[in-house]
Design a protein around this ligand. Structure first.
Ligand SMILES: [Zn+2]
Length: 106
């Protein structure tokens, strides 16, 4: 005999996207965490305050859509979200790798 365990049958925690305000299951978001007074995109680390941005919607990674939530850091977060998508295993890879000045004189 086991005591009746409280089984949350189908409780999917919903979050709201900081950019488009859509509600979705938490697993479909990228989490932006506020640590030490700064926002930072990091996976799986549930510390501090969190904000969520659609993981599969590039429109939600644009600075102008993030400004409402992240204010002065919107550009930084936009860049982090875009880098995160390209390289999910290396959050802090060399940021200048994606800046490739194409000098072509044709
Ligand atoms: Zn969104």
């Amino acid at each position: 005999m086991t005591a009746a365990l409280p089984t949350p049958a189908k409780h999917v925690p919903e979050r709201t996207c900081a950019a488009c305000r859509r509600k979705r299951p938490q697993s479909e978001f990228l989490r932006v965490t506020r640590v030490g007074g700064k926002w930072d995109v990091r996976a799986g680390n549930r510390v501090g305050r969190g904000a969520y941005v659609c993981a599969d919607t590039p429109e939600c990674w644009q600075e102008k859509r993030l400004r409402r939530a992240f204010r002065a850091q919107a550009a930084e977060i936009a860049e982090q979200l875009q880098n995160h998508q390209k390289d999910p295993n290396q959050n802090h890879s060399a940021p200048d790798a994606r800046v490739s000045p194409e000098v072509s004189h044709v």
